[in-house]
Write a protein that binds this ligand. Structure first.
Ligand code: BJW
Length: 225
């Protein structure tokens, strides 16, 4: 039974109306990474960080999965082997499309994390400095997402999936953020075929055996067929 491991990034949700990070008009052209996506930024100005993530939580709640998310959910349902989706996205659109085997390596917008006791719970749509941890009562809630300098979730599980993968596919990610950018090498060194599906060549395109370029809603359903 063959195993397909699929890494997804912001590009797969672009046609659902959610912004990517890099490039013209991306989130990082409107906000400084060190202000909103690092623990230091949160310590300096938690209100700004809460506003940034509350706005994105609202946008993600209103977004619909697109043809690329739906095609991957179909693949998961019909593939005789195992399909594992490792997503860097925090938007929840893979699950909204019906996918079940999804690992959120950068956390999720639906999660709240207590910086005092590490309790995790469902985030309110708007998180503020007054959001109270239901376990310890501290008012130190943060979005349950992974910022620069923090260790991504599920790493052991992801590495063992990559070691066992027969096929590794990367969809809609720029290959600029580690450790996700190194997954292609990890899979290839263990014998997997590798394929990149992206709007345009990424930083790490040359590492892939096969490459398809174009909008995710066109190239992903075609690839899944
Ligand atoms: C389309 C499309 C369409 C558009 N169809 N495609 C020096 C060297 C190496 C590493 C480091 C270094 N210095 C520091 C590091 C480590 C650091 C890092 O990588 N820094 C780089 C900047 C160099 N990484 C970390 O700190 C990570 N932790 C870590 O390494 O811990 C150590 C450790 C690891 C493992 C085991 C043990 C210990 C943590 C990284 C956390 C990243 N967090 C963010 C925010 C998450 C919450 C949130 O959403 O706000 O994650 S940053 C942001 O970047 C977000 C994304 O998940 C991530 C990747 O972005 P993505 O998805 O690739 O988006 P874009 O915008 O970059 O690209 C979109 C792509 O789509 C483009 O290619 C477009 O062309 C394409 N596209 N439209 C198809 N319609």
């Amino acid at each position: 039974m063959s195993k397909i491991v699929i890494l997804t990034g912001a590009g797969i949700s672009a046609e659902s109306g959610l912004g990517t990070f890099r490039g013209e008009g991306g989130l990082w052209s409107q906000h400084r990474i060190e202000d909103v996506a690092t623990p230091d930024g949160f310590a300096r100005d938690p209100e700004l960080v809460h506003r940034f993530y509350s706005a994105r939580r609202q946008q993600a709640a209103e977004a619909q999965p697109n043809a690329a998310h739906l095609a991957l959910a179909q693949l998961e349902q019909h593939w005789a082997g195992e399909v594992v989706i490792v997503t860097q996205n925090v938007d929840g659109l893979h699950e909204a499309a019906g996918a079940r085997n999804v690992l959120h390596m950068h956390g999720t917008l639906r999660g709240a994390l207590c910086a005092a006791c590490a309790h995790q719970w469902q985030a309110p749509m708007e998180m503020t400095l007054e959001t109270t941890c239901p376990a310890c009562g501290a008012q130190q809630a943060r979005p349950d997402v992974v910022w620069f300098g923090e260790i991504p979730y599920h790493m052991e599980e992801i590495i063992s999936h990559l070691e066992e993968a027969d096929l590794f596919a990367s969809i809609g990610t720029s290959g600029q953020v580690y450790p996700a950018a190194s997954f292609v090498q990890e899979a290839a060194v263990n014998g997997a075929d590798t394929v990149e599906l992206n709007l345009e060549p990424s930083e790490i395109s040359r590492a892939f055996g096969v490459r398809h370029f174009g909008p995710a809603t066109e190239i992903v359903p075609k690839w899944v067929e």
